[in-house]
Ligand binder design. Sequence first.
Ligand code: ATP
Ligand code: MN
Length: 471
Amino acid sequence: MKRTRIVDLLKSVDYGQEVLVKGWVRTRRNSKSVGFIALNDGSTIKNIQIVADMEKFSDDLMKKITTGACLSVTGTMVQSIGSGQAVEVQADKIEVLGTCDDDYPMQKKGQSFEYMRQNAHMRLRTNTFGAVMRIRHNMSIAIHKFFHDHGFYYFHTPIITASDCEGAGNMFQVTTLDLAKVAKDGEVDYSQDFFGKHVNLTVSGQLEGELGATALGAIYTFGPTFRAENSNTPRHLSEFWMIEPEVCFIDLPELMDLEEKFIKYCVQWALDNCSDDLEFLNNMIDKGLIERLKGIVNTEFVRLSYTEGIEILQKAIRGGRKFDFPCNWGDDLSSEHERYLVEEYFKKPVIMTHYPKAIKAFYMKIDEQNPVYDGKEMDQTVQGTDMLFPQIGEIIGGSVREENYDKLVNEIEERNIPMKDLWWYLDTRRFGSCPHAGFGLGFERLILFITGLQNIRDVIPFPRTPRNVEF
Ligand code: ATP
Ligand code: MN
């Protein structure tokens, strides 16, 4: 007989039919004459209840049916009274595929997230992590579908890269050199290294993405990125997944429209396709989750310039609001400032634009006019966009790119970025340069928002953070 997945079984009301189910025991309880086994096969958050008549099965077999054990059950679908589902399975035959030793770490319910992280190899078997992983999958599909439907091509940028202009300090080096020998020699000869030069793991696929976009019109990347920054926060991973669309012939308002439409599409997708898992998370983790997700889909995001943002923050400070960090014009906003704007002042997502160029990357297009703040003309600003979300802070960073060769070279020189590493990038501005823009979404930040979880280590199967990589 062919196995039926529990997700499909629960949809059918074919009482009397014989079925085969396989999965792991979530709980088991007994009455005098029957055992009730909640079986889960990962296809859904929901369990199927297996009813086992004690007389039919040996004590020896029943002893092996403990939490975590893997079973194969053949039985009859019957209408259920009281299991919370419409159907249950009256067992005819039970085979224990894998017994579960009694030190199974996921035996007890209600363990802390920290305990789960310490048992990351087994935590995937729990309801919470099952829900998060199914949502991760669904959001990946949503992202591909959105871009595919909007004419973007999925473009694969390299993971090993020779360009280190973007994140010099916080890149992971890739080498096959014998470091012990290098230490003895006291000198590194990169010409002897695998690629014959110094290479790193990518921090972003954007620059290579621009090569794709200026050939295909519109592309998106969706791949792993690596950052060796020593920030042990609930929002940062050393290895995370990033989605980076890059589009030709759009300007700043069109970029913001794309960002907003895309994020709302993803949230709506979760509401439409992950309702069981979201309901579970809403009940167990965050009672306001589904309301918050619905709210996002139905609100228009605020669009605000950096200068206006600083004005609001300064006014709050004058009114007695205290922040840990200063926020004068020119400062990079810290997450307390971003969260004040999003959670207290506007109470909705904010797309902030027109940042001082000194706090943004070299490739962002410079604004025509300098802003006036406090009656004074300030430094140049750029057409960068940060989308700020409740609970998360920055979820998207994007910009219109500088397409003018001379202006771009000027920025690179001003910032002392080694020009020789960027010749290939600069060529896009020499050979048929075009206006274009793009953004980067941190996939795990999106999943944090969709699931209502608090720590980014809990929304990726195998988190990598400073001093933490188990397997
Ligand atoms: P932050 O200021 O939060 O450190 P960033 O400005 O360095 O982020 P970008 O370089 O703009 O980030 O990267 C684009 C997006 O990637 C961010 O908007 C965020 O969603 C995500 N992101 C950046 N760094 C990390 C990280 N260490 N872990 C997980 N996601 C990240
Ligand atoms: Mn950013």
